[in-house]
Design a protein around this ligand. Structure first.
Ligand SMILES: [Zn+2]
Length: 153
């Protein structure tokens, strides 16, 4: 399975579509098995029910409950750069590749509460520093989701 920029852009476009149809918040996440290119878990932000239920945390938990999770074979896609909690959770789970759209910097600019530590910094300071973070894929489209959400508040 190729993992070029188009591959990531296609999955990000699918994630944006899913997140829009969910509509509650722009924070969405899918997990793709890179061996066969299928979605194996999804997660939408549920922090209104419990603060730790960021989209990535929900997706990781959903994937953990599948019959045979194989963390090293998955790619996590998120509409926004994972916070330090979520990026750390991915490292603890053994996720080796993550792709995001909107940066933490943009979220801060738009007025979202954020812990200003880049996902790449969390990775760099871990034991798994060869974990790949693909940044700002379809960034303008993801930014538009967050901008619309903030305008609608
Ligand atoms: Zn998070």
């Amino acid at each position: 399975m190729q993992r070029c920029a188009d591959f990531h852009a296609e999955w990000m476009a699918e994630l944006i579509r899913l997140t829009k149809s969910h509509a509650e918040t722009p924070f969405g996440c899918i997990i793709v098995d890179r061996r066969d290119g299928t979605i194996v878990a999804t997660g939408m932000n549920q922090s209104s029910t419990f603060r730790l239920l960021h989209a990535e945390m929900v997706a990781l938990q959903n994937y953990s409950q599948t019959s045979r999770p194989e963390w090293r074979h998955i790619i996590v896609y998120s509409t926004a750069e994972p916070c330090a909690m979520c990026q750390s959770a991915m490292l603890w789970c053994g996720v080796r590749q993550m792709v995001y759209g909107t940066s933490i910097e943009s979220l801060v600019r738009l007025g979202y509460k954020q812990i200003d530590i880049a996902a790449s910094e969390v990775v760099r300071r871990s034991w798994a520093s060869d974990t790949e973070i693909v940044e700002r894929v379809l960034e303008a489209d993801c930014n538009a989701l967050f901008e619309q959400h903030q305008r609608g508040k």
